[in-house]
Each structure stands twice: as C-alpha cells, then as structure tokens.
Write a protein that binds this ligand. Structure first.
Ligand code: PLP
Length: 396
C-alpha cells in the first residue's frame, strides 16, 4: 500500500495515521510544531482574490500544518466531512451556536447541560435575543410541544455530566430533520470511541478536546465536526472571534489523541469496576453509571453507544458531610475539576462543573450538594478500589 486510505483503516489506525502529511515534512515521523504566526505569500501577487485568500497562512485562520493534520484526523474519526480545532471546548460550543442562531431564534436544549453551556445558552444567548426551551432529551414524545415557528436548532449532550443521562440521539437527529432544525451534540463524554454522532444523523458534533481527546490534562482545546458547509461557517466566525488553537497545543492534542483507544478502554473498565464496588457498599446510597442495571435509557442507548465511559457520580447515605470526608480521604484521585485524563480526579459538581449555576438551577438539574463525581484515569483497578474502600471507612 503506497498510500494509506483512511476509509479502509481501522479506528485505532486512523487515530495515528489519518491525515498525516504525505509526503512527511522533512522526513519527520512526527509532524513538528509549526510555531510561526504566519507564512509567506507569493510576492509577485496572486492571480485572483480567491488565490490571495488561499495563500494566507496565519494561526488565527486555523491552517498551519499542525491544524490541518489534527483537523483531518478528527474528521476521519467521526466520519465527518470536516473538523475545526478551537482554543477550548467553550470556544467550539459558542462559535457553533453563534453560527446557527440569530436574534429572535429559539433553541430546544436537552436538560442537564454542562454548567458552562447552560450559562452560555440561558445567559449570553438569551441576552442576545435567543430564547430556549429545555426538554427531556430521553423523551422524544415531549419535544413537539416545545417547538415554535422560530425554533432553529436542537442542542444536546451525548452523555450528560455528572448524571450520565443518555438523550435519544437518533430520535433527536430524525426530529431535527423532520422540522428543519440544526442538530448539535456535545460528544465530549463519549468521545468518538463510544459514539460517532454524524453517523447517527446529527449535524454538528462538539468536543471539549481538553478531556478524552487530548487525555493528559495539560492543554485546553475544543473541536467542531460536521459538513464542509457548517464547519466552514463556524471556522469563519471563530476566525473573527479569535478563539484559534495554538500550533503547540495542536501538536500536543495530536500526540495525546494517538492513545485515545487504549485510554478509553481502560477508563471504561475502571469506571465499571468502581461503579459496581460503590453500588454494593453500605455507605453509598445511589450510583449513576450507565453500565449498572436499571440506569435510565441504557438499554436503548446500546444502539448508538458502544460503551459507558469513564465518568460516574454517586451520593452517600451520610449526605454532603460524608461526601466532604470522602473527597479528603481518598489518596489516588486529586480533588480537581475536569475529566478524561490519565489520572483519576474526584470533585463535587457544586464546586466545579455546576458552580456557575444558582442553587435552584442545580436542584432542577438533579445536582445535589452531596453529589460526588469521579473521572476515572488509567491507574490499576485494584489500587483504585482499595483506595475508595479505605476512604469510605471515614464516611459512616
Ligand atoms: N462540555 C463538557 C461536557 C464539559 O465537561 C466541558 C468542561 O468541563 C466543556 C464542554 C467545556 O470545555 P472547555 O473547558 O475545554 O472549554
């Protein structure tokens, strides 16, 4: 095979080789960092304005060799026509929503959104004259009643954080097509290993690449995946908003992404094992993890999700005070926000992902003051379970 054909490669091979520069740049096995703000243009002048634009190379235009490689690779992983990397997950989400709606439009949004997205939609977009109605993502029968003539888009999360609810993604894609809406899902928690929303019929897939895609908790990045048309529009808007990703961060993201398949596999098995251990412990009242029997929607979700991810949350019988003791007693997990890295993290969403919400909004989202969230890393499973076992002794 003289040329690698991404369409014929397995997922794990595409993680490493899809969209790699061909021929290799200066013979480099790994694409070097192009830490140059701009590239030269032909001084004799371009033949046309289109050629002038095409010859512009500038980091804010997302077109260094580092951008082109990571963007091509991400598109290949989710079967999208195109992809764009951004300075953060919120840059990806805000540039996308600002490209889809204009003042006067209305959005359908699934419940239990990530706190930043909730604040963007209900605060910033509302301030700009975009209204929204929250619907139960797992109850397609309830969506039609929320439609208005000015409804423009349906915004979802593939798996919600921290309760791991599983909106009916294929139904949302079909409903959006039927009613002429643009469908978007935040695919951060599933990653392309567990879900490829474009293949399910969703228009735009979004990521906080800070999480599983990079996987090492050392950069902030975001990604938008979809058709050439949508990604092109969002890229033009992001160019003006300035939320571009630096080439150094593109390089780190490309490096981190190579191990996504093996990391995710370990994170899923660690999460399943910890969820089962916690569910059987007398100090634990309730565990939210789709791999446990009875988790809402997980039977249907097998159709579009190939695993249950590396995140779980739980409540202790002793409530908030017991939860505070637990997060201080665990030895391996750091008490920190975020998720998707190699090291296990523990947090109480009231201090992190949902701190931006009012107590009433948190209550409505089902995020109680004693909820504990664990984002599993890739440490040894027995060590993690032993750590939680010893920590739970402080919580009686
Ligand atoms: N989406 C989800 C599900 C998240 O958990 C986060 C951050 O925690 C974001 C989006 C925002 O990503 P970033 O912090 O990279 O802007």
């Amino acid at each position: 095979m003289s040329h690698l054909d991404p369409d014929r490669m397995q997922f794990d091979t595409r993680l490493i080789h899809a969209a790699a520069p061909d021929p290799r740049i200066a013979g480099s096995v790994v694409t070097p960092i192009f830490q140059s703000a701009m590239g030269v243009q032909p001084p004799e002048g371009p033949a046309s304005p289109q050629e002038a634009l095409a010859s512009l190379q500038y980091i804010r235009l997302h077109n260094t060799p580092n951008h082109l490689e990571i963007q091509g690779r991400l598109a290949s992983l989710e079967g999208a026509e195109a992809a764009l990397v951004c300075a953060s997950g919120m840059a990806a989400i805000s540039a996308s929503l600002l490209s889809v709606v204009v003042p006067g439009d209305h959005l359908l949004v699934c419940d239990q959104l990530y706190g930043g997205s909730h604040a963007l939609i209900h605060g910033e977009l509302n301030r700009l004259g975009v209204s929204s109605t929250t619907v139960d993502g797992s109850d397609p029968g309830s969506w039609r009643a929320a439609l208005r003539p000015e409804t423009k888009a349906f915004y979802l999360e593939t798996m919600t954080n921290p309760l791991l609810r599983l909106p009916d993604l294929p139904a949302a894609a079909a409903f959006s097509k039927e009613h002429g809406l643009v469908s978007l899902t935040d695919n951060t928690l599933a990653s392309p290993v567990l879900c490829r929303p474009i293949e399910v019929g969703i228009d735009i897939s979004l990521h906080s690449a800070t999480k599983y895609l990079n996987g090492h908790s050392d950069i902030l990045a975001g990604a938008v995946l979809g058709s050439e048309k949508w990604v092109g529009e969002i890229a033009s808007r992001l160019t003006l908003l300035g939320g571009c990703l630096d080439p150094n961060a593109c390089f780190l993201l490309t490096r981190g992404l190579k191990t996504l398949g093996v990391r995710m596999e370990r994170q899923c098995t660690n999460a399943q094992a910890l969820a089962e251990f916690l569910a059987g412990h007398p100090a634990v009242e309730h565990v939210n993890y789709p791999g446990l029997p009875g988790h809402p929607g997980s039977v249907q979700a097998r159709e579009w999700l190939s695993g249950w991810g590396g995140l779980l949350s739980f409540e202790l019988a002793g409530g908030e005070s017991a939860a505070r003791k637990l997060v201080q007693a665990v030895l391996i997990p750091a008490y920190a926000p975020s998720l998707g890295g190699t090291e296990t993290l523990i947090t109480m969403p009231v201090d992190s992902s949902h701190a931006i919400l009012s107590p009433e909004e948190r209550q409505a989202a089902g995020v109680g003051p004693g909820l504990v969230r664990v984002a599993l890393g890739i440490e040894g499973q027995a060590d993690l379970i032993e750590d939680f076992r010893q920590a739970l002794e402080f919580c009686a």
